[in-house]
Design a protein around this ligand. Structure first.
Ligand code: IMP
Ligand code: MG
Length: 434
């Protein structure tokens, strides 16, 4: 069955949006299965830049169905704004479906996100402040408001009558001065519900059915494996599971239906927010990569920390999600650097470390060990044209070596290669499509 999952294999911002946009052309349905508007994809179409936070990238391809699955947390105000924006720019949203099981981000989640971060003082996670964590906490605590409640004003009111005073007590206890007004929240959110109602559906069976009639479904991951709530650098992680297993559970389909997993690996590493990052570069090279790669958050505008490609991280991600191939992105950014390093393993107290330790105090003490590879010159517009026309063999020789080295270390092929921002600046190296 043609189900393809796209997973970020570092700390997010690997350029999944572009890869998903590319693959969405071949898909019938594109599904998001986790995260919320903490994610941000930007896709450049012609001269137009589209920044998407909640809506699956597939929306930009006419005729595709775009599904927001049960595993996503939805800020309905943000979603509506995003939809209005798309409509204004001529993108049809008729084919958007939203799971009735998806949890809603309420105003108190955003307040709690801020309050909890402030209380963490020196140990801040550096969240996006969008209420993602508190919303997932409520889901697990069985205190969530779901889309099926949002579209039913009576059910919404009943829940909020209990939840708003409860959240007020927590905010008060946190020393937060915000005052929640049940009535106005209820009214505002009931309107959101009304506006979104026509998109809300039991999406799991819909996706399942698409698969059983052998149509193609693309599962669009958000964030990256190192931000996974279980497998990432906890507590500096997001609050959902970002690994491929959650593509099934977060969209309500059987895991046996997933048959291909493409891991998106940026040709170097970045992370936003706090937490350990063994191959981080704090020097000019790091700053140069940040600048050339426009490493500033799509969602928050924050500068991202940059470093060398880390194979410990990439292999770990691959084993967690069962990558069947890799999409390497932004390799063009490394052009003109002279010499490149790739972290092959860590070293700790004289021992070679090839996995990610759970204990961050241990991870922080891990020293990266590097292989050094030769760099290549920046690719100008003419060379780019030649590459796009002639394919892999037209790449600079040392770039080919960098890719081959990576493939050998990973035991996986690079099936897609991102060479630039534009939609067409991507090499399709797949031997067979899905
Ligand atoms: P939260 O997801 O807002 O709770 O933030 C938790 C951590 O995940 C922070 O370090 C964020 O910067 C990071 N994070 C969340 N979403 C993304 C993303 O889409 N790209 C990169 N980092 C992210
Ligand atoms: Mg992003």
């Amino acid at each position: 069955m043609p189900a393809l999952v796209v997973i970020g294999s570092q700390w997010g911002d690997e350029g999944k949006g572009k890869i998903v946009d590319f693959l969405a052309d071949e898909a019938d349905v594109v599904v998001r299965f986790q995260g919320g508007n903490n994610a941000g994809h930007s896709v450049k179409i012609g001269e137009e830049l589209f920044a998407l936070h909640l809506v699956p990238s597939g929306i930009l391809r006419p005729g595709k169905m775009a599904v927001i699955g049960n595993g996503v947390v939805i800020d309905p105000g943000v979603l509506l704004e995003e939809l209005d924006n798309l409509v204004k720019r001529g993108v049809s949203i008729e084919n958007l479906r939203i799971s009735d099981r998806a949890n809603v981000i309420m105003p108190y989640h955003k307040l709690l996100d801020g309050a909890e971060e402030r209380l963490r003082a020196g140990a801040k996670v550096g969240t996006t402040g969008r209420g993602i964590g508190p919303s997932y906490s409520d889901k697990v605590a069985r205190l969530g408001v779901r889309m099926c409640d949002l579209v039913d004003e009576k059910a919404l009111r009943e829940k909020l009558e209990f939840l708003v005073p409860l959240k007020q007590r927590i905010l008060d206890a946190y020393g937060d001065t915000a005052k929640l007004d049940m009535e106005s929240i209820c009214r505002e959110y009931a309107v959101y519900g009304e506006r979104l109602a026509k998109h809300v559906a039991d999406t799991g069976p819909m996706v399942m059915e698409t698969l059983t009639v052998k149509k193609k479904v693309l599962f669009e991951g958000a964030q990256g494996s190192m931000l996974d709530i279980d497998h990432g650098t906890y507590p500096f992680v997001t609050s959902s599971q970002t690994v491929a297993g959650n593509a099934a559970s977060g969209s309500g389909v059987s895991p046996l239906l997933l048959d291909q997993v493409i891991g998106v690996v940026k040709a170097y590493t970045t992370r936003v927010g706090a937490g350990p990052f063994p191959s981080e570069l704090t020097d000019d090279t790091g700053r140069r990569i940040a600048e050339k790669g426009s490493e500033f958050g799509t969602t928050t505008g924050r500068a991202r920390r940059c470093g060398w490609l880390d194979l410990v991280v990439a292999r770990y991600s691959s084993s967690l999600s069962g990558f069947t191939g890799v999409a390497m992105t932004k390799i063009d950014v490394l052009g003109g650097l002279g010499e490149l390093k790739v972290c092959t393993n860590y070293e700790l107290d004289g021992a070679k470390i090839t996995t990610i330790p759970a204990d961050l105090r241990v991870l922080e003490r891990c020293r990266p060990e590097y292989a050094t590879l030769k760099g290549w010159n920046e690719i100008g517009p003419e060379r780019m044209e030649k590459i796009l026309a002639e394919g892999f063999s037209a790449l600079p020789r040392n770039m080919r070596r960098y890719i081959r080295f990576f493939e050998k270390q990973m035991g996986l092929r690079v099936v897609l290669l991102g060479l630039g921002r534009r939609r067409n600046e991507i090499l399709d190296l797949r031997r067979k499509k899905w």
